[in-house]
Design a protein. Structure first.
Length: 418
């Protein structure tokens, strides 16, 4: 992953911090950035409770009040109970004491261990929990969902977490069975992965039911795959009457599927609106998989400036499907296969390049899909798009010449490598 010159890097860090402080809870997408390192959060405000043992953690959660931050000291915490927020609370934060997400590790009994006891999930929220933040920690080895947002949760914020080896969804956002769900969530600067594979084909990275205005940005989804060549995933699924989802600046590395807006045909549409922009998606030729970006029964959806390289594992890196998928725009995407309409889906296509090769990129097997200077088939080949002002790194897109196709706007200087 790259940074620019020292001055640009310093300016970029300042910019990201300012944007985070100003807009963390808004629906305005920030500049794209890699999942690591995450800009540091501001110091906690309000009441602060510090814990350093698992019993202290459970006691702090059980008695927490609104406007409180629970700060967890570095260490491994083998959970005896799911960390549960199950009453009316607002502005509650659960965070590690450092900016290193791997310093604090909450551990379950294993994603394949049916003897999960009182730890079926990592973190559970519901029943009027508003503006909860989960940050700066690792949660791993849960039999069911690692983080589950149930009915009554609103505006959750998951920041700089590392989620590893989940028996079911890493993050599950449930409907309320009355036509609504968890709205205005943010997932950013996080790593979600299996160390090898899922236990079966059910798990997904984040699964949003009936949720509006979610933002998923600057994350790494890695090895969201099932055993035996089955199809797990996708890394991001927003469906069941979800709307206005933004998925921007993420990397999907060796996942069975990447991003899906909608999964079935439903009255009133399975998903509506939203934007998929500036994402890197790479799957090696040895990893079986399906579509990279799928727009399914989702009208007025935009798929812009993504790079999707599936290495021959699936013929159409981007698909738009069913008659309800209409009024959308698919533009400036750099892919190694067909952009395909299925079952009556329609969209406007413009500026896409469908013959990408791995030789156009810096290090595709590592998920680094920055363009080489020799990638002339993508450089200056795009069309102007008012809603694409920067790239995966946050580098500005030019106004005076055509955009580059794909998620990276090529720069001429050789960047320093992290």
């Amino acid at each position: 992953m790259r940074s620019g010159s020292v001055s640009r890097s310093e300016l970029g860090i300042v910019t990201v911090v300012i944007l985070f402080l100003l807009f963390a809870w808004s629906a305005v997408p920030a500049l794209a950035r890699p999942a690591t390192p995450a800009p540091p959060l501001p110091p906690p405000t309000g009441s602060v409770v510090r814990v350093s043992t698992e019993p202290q953690l459970q006691a702090a959660v059980a008695s927490v009040k609104s406007d409180t931050t629970i700060v967890i000291a570095p260490g491994h915490y083998t959970l005896t109970h799911t960390v549960t927020f199950n009453r009316a609370l607002s502005n509650v934060t659960l965070r590690g004491a450092t900016d290193n997400r791997d310093d604090v590790v909450l551990v379950g009994r294993g994603m394949t261990n049916q003897d999960y006891g009182d730890v079926p999930f990592g973190v559970w929220t519901g029943n009027a929990v508003t503006r909860i933040t989960i940050a700066n920690l690792t949660i791993r080895d849960m039999y069911f969902h690692t983080i589950i947002f149930n009915a009554g949760t609103q505006s959750p914020h998951v920041y700089n977490v590392h989620l590893v080896d989940s028996g079911q969804q890493f993050i599950k956002s449930n409907p309320d069975n009355a036509g609504g769900g968890v709205n205005n969530g943010i997932l950013e600067y996080s790593v979600i992965e299996f160390t090898k594979t899922a236990r079966d084909d059910y798990p997904k990275g984040i699964d949003i039911h009936t949720g509006a205005n979610w933002i998923i940005r600057h994350n790494l989804f890695r090895n969201i795959v099932a055993p035996g060549g089955k199809m797990a995933g996708p890394g991001v699924l927003a469906w069941n009457h979800s709307s206005n989802t933004t998925v921007e600046g993420n990397t999907f590395l060796n996942c069975s599927r990447g991003i899906m807006f909608g999964a079935n045909v439903k009255p009133g549409h399975d998903h509506t609106g939203g934007i998929v922009r500036n994402n890197f998606i790479f799957r090696s030729s040895s990893q079986p998989g399906d579509v990279g970006i799928h727009v399914c029964d989702s009208p007025n959806t935009q798929v812009l400036n993504n790079t999707v390289i599936l290495s021959g594992t699936y013929s159409s890196p981007i698909e738009y499907r069913y008659p309800g998928t209409e009024g959308g725009l698919i533009a400036n995407n750099l892919v190694d296969g067909e952009i395909r309409a299925r079952n009556g889906g329609t969209a406007t296509l413009n500026g896409n390049v469908t013959n990408a090769t791995e030789g156009m990129f810096v290090n595709p097997s590592a998920g680094d899909l920055h363009l080489k200077s020799s990638a002339t088939g993508a450089i200056d080949r795009g069309v102007s798009l008012p809603s694409v002002v920067d790239d995966w790194d946050g580098d500005p897109r030019p106004k005076e010449r055509p955009l580059d196709v794909g998620a990276d706007q090529h720069v001429t200087q050789t960047p320093a490598r992290r």
